[in-house]
Design a protein around this ligand. Structure first.
Ligand SMILES: NC(=O)C1=CN([C@@H]2O[C@H](COP(=O)(O)OP(=O)(O)OC[C@H]3O[C@@H](n4cnc5c(N)ncnc54)[C@H](OP(=O)(O)O)[C@@H]3O)[C@@H](O)[C@H]2O)C=CC1
Ligand SMILES: O=C(O)C1=N[C@H](C(=O)O)C[C@H](O)C1
Length: 256
């Protein structure tokens, strides 16, 4: 995503790359971020010094790993800047430190930065409300072979939308793995299925399966630039907002 973000930042108006961060020891440190992203040199060399980078920036676009994003949120709070978090794979205990950082930083966090998925989430919420528990909800996702977390952040976002539509807590009703003699499906559960392989950018389908009929709502991401452009849009949106924890639905005007 780092390369996609640099490409988006060089293509879009009103933004510029002030720094690009890699981990200590990375072989790419010192290389030009634009050259790595395939857009030619932009005069910004990869650094492993986030403190200096954050101090000089108005916002940070962060697609890394939960531990790194938590550390970056603390730095964004100290620098009082915008922090856009696309990272997925969060654990239960991660939300408290993020909320603490959002007292000073303007944080936009979403498992998916695309317009299409956030619109799909709104449709799923509506469908889950309209169709009662006689319609079983299952969420299927497929991603490229390099993805390390499951279910995807997007699948969980869509599951949350379905749970909101049904007024149920997702954590208590989600079934994330099935194996062996599982017994019959429990009415009202929200199931997840994960596929991994090849170069798939990101496919998500929410199935509402009833007796004798089935609705399938699908989004297929074809290009990672949709996530990068969404992240830049989120940063520009958050620039004049108060400190807080926002979602991509807030950015796109899709929240209730
Ligand atoms: N919300 C959205 O719309 C989207 C979210 N994502 C999510 O973004 C994340 C990244 O995805 P992707 O780019 O494919 O993954 P990659 O593994 O290709 O990239 C993650 C990068 O973060 C770097 N990184 C990890 N920890 C640190 C650290 N402490 N300091 C500096 N750099 C660090 C990694 O370095 P190293 O290789 O050295 O570990 C790596 O270069 C995932 O969680 C993915 O699910 C992806 C696409 C869209
Ligand atoms: O790792 C990815 O590639 C993606 N991750 C996000 C997720 O976990 O949902 C968003 C997108 O689907 C691509």
């Amino acid at each position: 995503m780092g390369r996609a973000l640099v490409r988006a930042l060089t293509e879009m108006d009103g933004v510029a790359v002030s720094a690009a961060i890699e981990r200590e020891g990375s072989l790419d440190l010192g290389r030009d971020a634009g050259e790595l992203a395939g857009v030619g040199p932009i005069g910004v060399r990869l650094t492993d010094d986030p403190l200096t980078a954050f101090a000089a920036a108005e916002g940070v676009l962060d697609f890394t790993a939960p531990r790194a994003s938590l550390a970056f949120a603390e730095l964004a709070a100290q620098a009082r800047i915008v922090h856009v978090i696309g990272t997925t794979g969060w654990q239960d205990g991660d939300s408290a430190p993020l909320k603490a950082a959002a007292r000073h930083a303007r944080i936009v966090k979403s498992g998916n930065m695309s317009l299409g998925i956030n619109l799909l989430a709104a449709l799923v919420r509506k469908a889950a409300t309209a169709l009662d528990e006689d319609f079983d909800i299952e969420i299927v996702e497929m991603h490229h072979r390099h993805k390390v977390d499951a279910p995807s952040g997007t699948a969980l976002l869509l599951g949350e939308a379905a749970a909101q539509g049904r007024w149920i807590p997702l954590a208590e009703r989600s079934v994330r793995v099935r194996d062996g003699h599982t017994g019959p499906r429990h009415k009202g559960d929200i199931g997840f299925a994960t596929l991994r392989g090849g170069s798939v950018v990101g496919d998500h389908t929410v199935i509402l399966a009833g007796q004798g009929e089935r609705i399938e709502l699908t989004h297929r991401a074809e290009d990672r630039q949709i996530f990068a452009r969404g992240a830049v849009k989120a940063a520009l949106w958050a620039r004049d907002k108060k400190p807080g924890l926002y979602s991509m639905a807030d950015v796109l005007g899709l929240s209730d």
